[in-house]
Design a protein around this ligand. Sequence first.
Ligand SMILES: Cc1cc2nc3c(=O)[nH]c(=O)nc-3n(C[C@H](O)[C@H](O)[C@H](O)COP(=O)(O)OP(=O)(O)OC[C@H]3O[C@@H](n4cnc5c(N)ncnc54)[C@H](O)[C@@H]3O)c2cc1C
Ligand SMILES: NC(=O)c1ccc[n+]([C@@H]2O[C@H](COP(=O)([O-])OP(=O)(O)OC[C@H]3O[C@@H](n4cnc5c(N)ncnc54)[C@H](OP(=O)(O)O)[C@@H]3O)[C@@H](O)[C@H]2O)c1
Length: 451
Amino acid sequence: MNRAADAMARMTATDPVSAAGEPQICVIGAGPCGLTTIKNLRAAGFRHVTCFDEGEQIGGNWVFSEQQDRPSVYECTHIISSKKLSQFEDFPMPDDFPDFPSHRQIVAYFEDYATAFGLRPHIRLKTHVERAVRGDDGRWSMRWSSQDQSGSDVFDYLFVCSGHHREPYVPEYPGTFSGTMMHSGTYRRAEPLRGQRVLVVGGGNSACDIAVDISRVARTTCISMRHGVYIVPKLLFGQPTDRLVERVRSYLPKSLLQFALRTVLRMFVGSWKAYGLPQPTCGPLEMHPTLNSTILEALRSGTVLARPGITRFDGEIIEFSDGRKEPFDTVLWATGFHMSFPFLAPEIVGWPRTQPPPLYLKMMHADIPNLYFIGLFQPLGCIWSMADYQARIAAQQIVGTLERPKDIRRRIANEVLRPHWHFTKSPRHAIEVDARFFRQELIHELGRANA
Ligand SMILES: Cc1cc2nc3c(=O)[nH]c(=O)nc-3n(C[C@H](O)[C@H](O)[C@H](O)COP(=O)(O)OP(=O)(O)OC[C@H]3O[C@@H](n4cnc5c(N)ncnc54)[C@H](O)[C@@H]3O)c2cc1C
Ligand SMILES: NC(=O)c1ccc[n+]([C@@H]2O[C@H](COP(=O)([O-])OP(=O)(O)OC[C@H]3O[C@@H](n4cnc5c(N)ncnc54)[C@H](OP(=O)(O)O)[C@@H]3O)[C@@H](O)[C@H]2O)c1
């Protein structure tokens, strides 16, 4: 008997398991988090794993697509979390990859991962999951459609790996803008904006990457930030900044670490005022980092101009909080994304999108033991390597070597009310985690396993 069949034998009568034999497991999404989920389920011995992905290729939003309705990186995307801290721990990136690989290299890496771990036979591409309905017997009925057919299959477990950078968040401001509005989620390249007066809104990684990209062809490029943001060069002392911070923090307490980082940034970057940017009001590790060296140069060279927050629109004129009024042709909202699970009933995922999800370790639902969310967090660091640990925890729970916590509600309340790291209050931080602490928590959970 293999481990999966063994697990079946150990399941209690209340476990939602197929009467026909081994558990049938569904994974939604073949992005990096879905891939590592399939890998861990296979490693635990589960054979009946089906992954649906509506895309034409594995790799999730790292697969560049011209299609506006596909979540996709833009042409100039390179990762911001460096290679060594972004790779799966059991599958290093190739030696000849640079510190910050391009999206094409990242997709090639995921392709290699899928091949190396034999994941492809489990993946059904170009197949959209429309609905996932949990029946009275606890099993999941998955309604799917592809180009020429549709159908429904029943599964014992559901893994949601559908990503959280899909549903654009577009804020509303008073007045009406007569120009064009677009969101970073549909941005692919600068060329369509050639010769235009463009305002990019936001201070995150999308905003800074895109502002620099656009500035090469636009007539004017401005970037509007409603408050101060730490823009951190990708390299410090000749090393990827995330690796340097990771190294230093193992022997510095948090308060000293914040102080040290602030000091180093002051030395390398200087005063935010010199860039026309507002002063951040929190510590550098208390907000999701913006890692970008070129925006700093662009702001000092005047190819990108800093603006404060928007107050209102009036035709082509945009008014800013400092009283300035300026005409623009296009507003590009780089204002982030909403979590969204259109295939699940609101009773299951009805938490406010601006609040931390009530999920233990960002993955386990309080009431539904056969549902797992993998990758539903935003680290100061990289998502995939920690999604690998989450998937391992889930696989071990299904096998039966790791017990689902009995006091899960208490643990969820604790996680929501007493997060392991303090981040400033902002909707974008609802799922923010500190990579190091989160990894430790996941490893600690795995340590409870009895095999
Ligand atoms: C421009 C950009 C740059 C980024 N850079 C970094 C970085 O440097 N480091 C980092 O850690 N993160 C970065 N990210 C975040 C990025 O989202 C994650 O790295 C990663 O892609 C998340 O993996 P995932 O598998 O959870 O989701 P995704 O990559 O979004 O994959 C989800 C998959 O689910 C599929 N899917 C969703 N719904 C359905 C459905 N109903 N039916 C069928 N299939 C479905 C989609 O087709 C997709 O393939 C970046 C994001 C963007 C937009
Ligand atoms: N090169 C790369 O690797 C790369 C590139 C792009 C994105 N990413 C990753 O992808 C994820 C998404 O990044 P993102 O930059 O698209 O989104 P994000 O990190 O959520 O940033 C959104 C930005 O928009 C601002 N904003 C939100 N609402 C606003 C409003 N009403 N008015 C004005 N500004 C508003 C936010 O500021 P507040 O703090 O005030 O809300 C924030 O500065 C992140 O994990 C990021 O690291 C990586």
